[in-house]
Design a protein around this ligand. Structure first.
Ligand code: ADP
Length: 678
């Protein structure tokens, strides 16, 4: 395995997409809206469209029923009017009374006006035409059998009867065909037939005999008054919604497929021209006239779309001769749909915008704590351990997370501080132990040196002891022989060599002194008793007493400064020997006058210093260098062993003696000793 390979992927690997959570949330909110709202809009439109269509068709169906009802009422009125004329007394009398026949035409004209009939034809019981209201009566005109049976209905006038109509009425009949889109193809250019509402009644005398047949009717071709009236009844003012968008109702009477009477205007109702002569589409024609269905659907009428209802008009023989039509202009409702579509779209966009705005604001509020947390963690990473998210307004999971992070950071900070504290304590302990170890090592080294020195001293002691011993015997022999020579020479002889004897005595004495001192050093146990705790100041005073006889002969001043509070552990005689040696040296150095300064003080952790200072000549550098060597002396009669032995004694107790020159002149010898229990 590669030792450098990390088991974890690198933490800095950049995410593939940089879409922030806020944008993701926004997408989450808006995507359903984008997906669902258009669907909802489309459904609403479809549903509204369907609903409006159904509603309109239902309305047209009922409008058609109303129109049909009114049409039948008019037909009934035609029947009733014709009946009234047939039963009128005047007509009866005119038919019964001889000679009154000549007055028939004016009578019929009057009755027709009164009963609002367009025409009245009077036939004899045998069918011969007797009179018409307009006076147009061809002599040979005779109705075919069965034509005069009593009935009321809509019918197409046969050409013979058409000819009976007055000229003014006949003028209304021919309808020039207007070429119409999607109408059934035709070769003819004019519809010259007349469609009428007609009733036929028998005219009977008082005794019930048949006097004749009366037929009265109303011409439907270009009967604008009738069609406008039907329109007013079916579509009274304000009955249609969206009149501000031009909604309007239309009514038409068709003869076959040709509009013979209508309120449909040509070219979008801009002109007063009615669409008379235009034709219905082939589809409607086939359905209504061909198959006898009632047509309820949108249909293209003249030049606009209408929600239409067509119903066949059937004559008394059962033939479908024409159609009754009602319709509502579709355009305002289409406009309504467009307005609805635009409104829904606008609403949709508004909802999207508001949703985006609200969700953005909300997302910002939700993610502010997250951003604060990220900033805080970056600060902490940068070393600001006391950085915190702080107060967060939201109490939701993210808010709790932020507070949790703060607590966590607090705990981590606390632990870090504790670790640092431990670390510092550990460092201090290590330093302490190291110091202690160093001290011990030093003590060990000292002890080691002490041991070596002691061993050396012991060896030197043994050596000097044996030498001293070896020297003592020859001295005794020399001394004995010298005494013998004195006896042999007698007083005179002695006088001759007195100075030689004196020299020999002195040298023998000196040898004795050296040997004595060497033996003192070599066999300390002979002199030293036990080690005790001594007051250094007192020991110094006692030493001074011992050299008192030397001091007495001089004018030397003594100053004492005993400050030591500790005691020293040493044998009394040995300390005394050391101090006396130093005192004697000082007195020797000063001669007849000066100041001897004696002081003690506590030194270091466990030491005492005893200083003997004089105002003598001080120590020359070469003296200082050799001061503690054995047999170094600058004194007449000195052995040069005093300082060497003193240092040996003090070192045996772990102490030391140092010599130095004083600033104002003179020398100072300082004895350093370890303290002992008081
Ligand atoms: P000794 O006294 O027998 O000479 P020491 O060892 O006591 O032997 O002294 C060695 C020498 O050190 C002395 O001879 C003297 O020259 C010198 N010395 C000692 N003490 C003093 C002092 N206080 N002032 C000046 N010289 C001194």
């Amino acid at each position: 395995m590669d030792p450098h390979a990390s088991p974890h992927p690198p933490a800095t690997a950049a995410p593939r997409t940089r879409l922030s959570i806020r944008n993701k949330l926004l997408a989450m909110v808006l995507l359903p809206l984008v997906g669902v709202l258009p669907l909802l809009g489309a459904f609403l439109l479809w549903w509204g469209d369907e609903g409006i269509d159904r509603l309109l068709l239902t309305k047209v169906r009922s409008d058609l029923a109303v129109a049909q009802g009114y049409f039948e009422r008019v037909l009934g009125e035609v029947g009733a009017s014709t009946g009234t004329v047939a039963e009128s007394h005047a007509l009866n009398r005119a038919l019964v009374e001889p000679g009154a026949m000549a007055d028939l035409t004016p009578l019929l004209a009057r009755l027709a006006r009164r009963e609002r009939l367009d025409f009245i034809h009077l036939h004899a019981p045998d069918g011969t035409l007797l009179a018409t209201e307009s006076g147009t009566a061809p002599a040979a005109a005779k109705a075919p059998p069965g034509r005069l049976a009593e009935r009321t209905g809509v019918e197409v006038l046969p050409p013979a009867e058409l000819a009976l109509l007055p000229a003014a009425l006949r003028q209304r009949v021919p309808v020039p065909l207007v070429p119409t889109r999607s109408a059934a193809p035709t070769a003819s250019t004019v519809e010259s037939r007349a469609m009428v509402l007609r009733a036929t009644r028998a005219v009977r005398g008082a005794d019930g005999q048949l006097l004749g047949h009366l037929s009265g009717g109303v011409l439907l071709n270009r009967n604008l008054a009738l069609i406008d009236h039907i329109n007013e009844i079916v579509y009274p003012e304000g009955s249609l919604p969206f009149s501000q968008w031009g909604s309007r109702g239309t009514v038409t009477l068709f003869l076959d497929d040709v509009r013979i009477s209508t309120n449909v205007r040509l070219f979008g109702g801009e002109t007063q021209d009615r669409a008379i002569g235009t034709r219905v589409s082939q589809t409607v024609r086939d359905a209504v006239l061909g198959r006898g269905h009632t047509w309820l659907d949108r249909a293209f009428v003249v030049d606009e779309w209408y929600v239409s209802g067509y119903q066949p008009l059937v004559d008394s023989a059962g033939r479908r001769i024409g159609m009754l039509y009602v319709g509502i202009l579709e355009q305002p409702f289409t406009q309504l749909k467009y307005v609805a579509l635009a409104s829904i779209s606008a609403l949709f966009i508004a909802v999207m915008v508001v949703a985006a705005f609200v969700s953005l604001r909300w997302a910002r509020a939700i993610f502010r704590p997250l951003e604060q947390m990220e900033a805080t963690m970056q600060q902490v990473e940068g070393g600001a351990m006391d950085a915190r998210v702080g107060a967060v307004a939201s109490g939701d999971e993210i808010g709790r997370l932020a507070r949790h992070l703060d607590r966590l950071l607090g705990v981590v900070d606390e632990h870090t501080r504790e670790l640092r504290r431990w670390n510092a304590e550990l460092d201090a302990k290590v330093a302490q132990r190291t110091l202690a170890l160093e001290e011990r090592t030093r003590a060990l080294e000292e002890a080691q040196q002490q041991l070596v020195r002691s061993e050396k001293l012991a060896t030197v002691g043994q050596l000097t002891a044996s030498i001293a011993h070896e020297v003592n015997n020859p001295i005794a022999v020399i001394q004995g022989n010298l005494d013998l020579m004195r006896e042999l020479l007698g007083p005179q002889g002695q006088a001759c060599v007195a100075s030689e004897f004196k020299l020999v005595d002195e040298q023998i004495e000196r040898m004795r002194l050296v040997v004595t001192q060497l033996l003192q050093f070599a066999r300390p146990t002979e002199y030293a008793g036990y080690v005790e705790a001594l007051d250094p100041t007192r020991a110094l005073d006692e030493g001074l007493v011992l050299v008192d006889h030397l001091l007495a002969r001089t004018g030397i001043q003594v100053q004492r400064d005993g400050q030591a509070t500790r005691s020293v552990a040493i044998n009394r005689q040995e300390l005394q020997q050391v101090l006396v040696n130093l005192l004697v040296n000082a007195l020797h150095a000063m001669g007849q006058g000066g100041t001897l300064r004696l002081s003690t003080r506590d030194a270091g952790a466990d030491g005492v210093e005893i200083a003997v200072a004089d105002t003598g000549p001080g120590l020359a550098p070469e003296t200082l260098a050799r001061l503690f060597q054995p047999f170094f002396t600058a004194k007449k009669g000195g052995t040069g062993l005093g300082l060497w032995i003193s240092r040996g004694i003090v070192e045996r107790y772990g102490g030391d003696i140092v010599a130095a020159n004083r600033e104002g002149g003179g020398a100072v010898f300082t004895v350093r000793l370890k303290t002992g229990a008081a």
